[in-house]
Design a protein around this ligand. Structure first.
Ligand code: BTN
Length: 334
């Protein structure tokens, strides 16, 4: 963790230990090995990150409550990864974390650079849709991968993100999460998360790849009302209680690093059996929108290159590389 973040983290830890009471500037300065001005600068930064800190000219500083923030001070001390998220950028508000990650990547950001925002004002989804990203209740995270991937392999890398998230939701929250091809995460037919990948490439290889993930965590009522083309849910609505975004983000990044490493080593085939087992569509009648055309059939598998295999009524097997699944069984899926 950079020194500045470490000092803010120390100041924050002391204020957290004394939650609801004042701590003097002198005490903070001595404990965090900072000058009084240094303390004040870190307090100002923490306030800008959204911490509710009171300042009293004589008594010092008081942290009023414990907000669920995704700041480096909250996330990095808990993150057990080798490279994913170790270069961590946090924004209180941003247009789109994917745009910011692309920008950082063009400027030479290292492999695993991670951009997180509390709120997105221009969050984007697949098919030019909007990703509604209200402040403080979802996870909006984009990760940069600069290790070159062959271009025919790159699109399947996104499955590492949805698979990692589904693993975490099942193992840590006992939620029956499934994947809707290519990368939507569903619980009980409701969309909880989506993945948007963008890249720049040289001739045959990626120059860099950005994988953005949006997770509905503590959204409720109005924030889930739309305008969506699909029934949306959140972890809070599924579980009946609020979830720590910090814990979920940490668990997700750790699992994502693991699955991505498998993908780099073994390709899509290395994760295909689990991806297929966790598919919301296998063996079901589905409809897929591909451009202007709607194709119906039974979802029967995935090719080793990540194409969806659809058994048509006339007995032919169609391989789909892109598309939007609009119906699964009797349920509308978009
Ligand atoms: C989809 O299901 O259509 C994909 C949604 C992807 C949303 C995430 S939120 C973080 C990142 N930044 C964006 O603007 N989009 C992705």
């Amino acid at each position: 963790m950079p020194k500045a973040d470490r000092s803010s983290s120390q100041v924050l830890d002391i204020l957290k230990d004394r939650l609801g009471t004042y701590v003097s500037g002198n005490f903070l300065a001595a404990a965090a090995n900072l000058s009084r001005t240094g303390v004040w600068k870190h307090i100002r930064k923490l306030k800008a990150q959204g911490y509710h800190i009171l300042t009293h000219p004589k008594e010092g500083y008081q942290l009023v409550d414990l907000p669920d923030r995704l700041t480096p001070e909250e996330v990095l001390p808990h993150l057990r990864t080798s490279w994913l998220g170790q270069n961590y950028h946090h924004y209180v508000e941003i247009g789109s974390t994917n745009d910011q990650a692309m920008l950082l990547a063009t400027r030479g950001a290292p492999h695993g650079t991670t951009v997180v925002a509390e709120e997105q004002t221009r969050g984007r989804g697949r098919m030019k849709r909007t990703w509604v990203s209200p402040p403080g209740c979802g996870i909006y995270v984009s990760t940069v991968f600069v290790n070159p991937l062959p271009l025919r392999v790159a699109p399947q890398s996104t499955t590492a993100a949805s698979l990692a998230l589904v693993r975490v939701l099942r193992r840590h929250y006992s939620l029956p999460a499934l994947i809707k091809w290519p990368n939507d995460v569903l619980i009980g037919g409701r969309k909880i998360a989506g993945v948007l990948a963008e890249m720049q490439s040289d001739q045959d290889f990626t120059r860099f790849l950005v994988i953005g993930v949006g997770i509905n965590v503590n959204q409720k009522g109005r924030d889930l009302a739309g305008p969506f083309r699909y029934p949306a849910g959140s972890l809070a609505t599924e579980l009946g209680f609020e979830v720590s975004r910090r814990d979920l983000l940490v668990a997700f990044l750790q699992e994502f690093e693991r699955v991505y490493e498998t993908f780099e080593r073994e390709g899509f085939e290395g994760i295909l059996p689990e991806y297929k087992a966790l598919s919301a569509m296998m063996g079901k009648r589905i409809r897929v929108q591909r451009g202007d055309e709607e194709i119906a059939g039974v979802a029967s598998g995935f090719s080793s290159e990540g194409a969806l295999e659809l058994l048509r009524e006339d007995g032919t097997l169609e391989r789909l590389w892109v598309g939007d699944v609009t119906r699964i069984g009797n349920f509308d899926a978009t």
